[in-house]
Design a protein around this ligand. Structure first.
Ligand SMILES: Nc1ncnc2c1ncn2[C@@H]1O[C@H](COP(=O)(O)OP(=O)(O)OP(=O)(O)O)[C@@H](O)[C@H]1O
Ligand SMILES: [Mg+2]
Length: 422
């Protein structure tokens, strides 16, 4: 008997997974018999190679092998396709035609997607399975055939039976032996092996160097769900081989070819990302406000010094209301209102702690800046008052002389006297 490795090579089956090997072994074992086989497994797992192995290793190998996709044939013509029809059986039936069961006599029929068969066709099929008998559409003559039937399905047959879409007796007839092919995600060892094989096939086909995966990309390849199994893996290998200029494929690049990679990540990653964005956005806002406030303080100090140095009193006089507005009320209402606004922003419960911390940290900083400013203003105020007092004393209360000594106009001095209540 041919070894399992030789069979795999002959039928182009890649992989060393024990479950895959077991399935192939089963196919080899049942091949010399006429037992009906039902091949099960998800879409794209490679079910189609099993009936080929069974046929080729059986005494029927010189007979016909016909694969029928039961899901692809319209309901109205499937009986005629499978069992044939008599001339005039229906409109367009211009001549008698043999069906697959007649043609495949002494051979094998592979009924792919058998779960899709209409119930009426299921009755006809059951009869063939039980005694090899069938009747052409539009005929009353019973014919005999000797056909080996291998069926395949990617749907849950028990559910189909429960929903009365599939006959239970037919199911047991078809599945005397069931060969199940494991999904790709349960064949981790084979995933990279298959990718390398497909990549080298496509490199040859498209005359390009073979793509190679980085270690991280291999990890991603193994972690992926592969709902489309080997068919999907081959498509990904083809797309990457054709579309990527750089022949070394990293995880980021590979991710672009794997749909729903995001949904494979824990949901918490997404949540914490948005929370992080939210609190960092608030921090940026606070920082901008704080920076603006400290810039404003610097500007005030600078203007104050310039005003003091400048003896041109007209500037002060002409801008008196502005000076009053800027220096008169040291509380920055706009800033405080903005901070308040930020505080009342609806903060999700889980971020509240962080934002309150940030807020108190920033307002501490802000208060601190205010203190420094107040201290300095206070000392300036004191010094100014002291200077004016001394100058007035020196000149016997004569404002004109005092103003000249202080380098300010008489009017400014007058205003200062009133302001300081001298
Ligand atoms: N072990 C394997 N090694 C190499 N190629 C494979 C292997 N298994 C499957 N393939 C390839 O993957 C593709 C899908 O396989 P196949 O058509 O047999 O899937 P299926 O199980 O019949 O899926 P569906 O239920 O959708 O019909 C085919 O091109 C097949 O050649
Ligand atoms: Mg198939």
């Amino acid at each position: 008997m041919e070894s399992i490795q030789a069979i795999k090579q002959r039928f182009g089956i890649i992989g060393n997974d024990p479950k895959l090997n077991r399935s192939i072994e089963k196919a080899i074992q049942v091949s010399p018999t006429d037992i009906s086989v039902l091949v099960t497994g998800e879409s794209g797992v490679g079910k189609e190679s099993i009936p080929k192995i069974i046929h080729q290793l059986s005494h029927r190998k010189h007979g016909k092998y016909i694969a029928v996709n039961c899901g692809a044939i319209p309901e109205g013509t499937i009986d005629s396709e499978l069992f044939g029809h008599e001339k005039g059986a229906f409109t367009g039936a211009t001549s008698t035609r043999s069906g697959y069961f007649e043609v495949a006599n002494e051979g094998t029929i592979f009924l792919d997607e058998v779960g899709e068969l209409p119930l009426t066709t299921q009755v006809r099929l059951l009869r063939v399975l039980e005694n090899g008998e069938f009747i052409k559409v539009g005929s009353s003559k019973v014919q005999k055939t000797n056909v080996r039937i291998v069926a395949a399905t990617n749907v849950n047959m028990f559910e189909a039976i429960k929903k009365e879409k599939f006959r239970e007796d037919l199911y047991y007839r078809l599945s005397t032996v069931e060969i199940n092919l494991p999904p790709l995600r349960d064949r981790k060892e084979d995933i990279h092996l298959l990718f390398r094989k497909f990549a080298s096939d496509f490199a040859l086909k498209y005359k390009m160097p073979t793509v190679k995966l980085t270690d991280e990309a291999v990890v991603l390849l193994l972690k992926y769900r592969w709902n489309g199994n080997i068919r999907q893996l081959r498509n990904v290998a083809e797309q990457v081989s054709v579309l990527e200029q750089n022949r070394t494929i990293n995880a980021n690049t590979l991710q672009n070819y794997l749909p729903n990679t995001g949904s494979n990540l824990p949901a918490v990653v997404n949540n914490s990302k948005s929370e992080g964005d939210f609190s960092s956005e608030r921090e940026i806002l606070y920082k901008v406000l704080f920076d603006m406030k400290s810039d404003l303080n610097d500007l005030k100090k600078l203007t104050m010094e310039l005003m003091k140095k400048d003896s041109d009193t007209d500037i002060q006089k002409d801008n008196a209301h502005l000076i009053q507005k800027i220096y008169g009320d040291e509380k920055d209402e706009a800033f405080e209102a903005a901070v308040e606004d930020l505080e009342v922003l609806s903060i999700p419960e889980h971020t509240k702690e962080t934002s309150e911390e940030t807020l108190s940290h920033l307002t501490d900083k802000y208060d601190f800046a205010e203190e420094i400013e107040e201290e300095e203003t206070l000392s300036l105020h004191d010094k100014e008052l002291e200077l004016i007092k001394k100058s007035l004393e020196r000149h016997g209360g004569k404002r004109k002389l005092a103003a000249a000594e202080l380098g300010i106009s008489e009017r400014t001095l007058y205003r200062k006297i009133k302001q300081f209540d001298l």
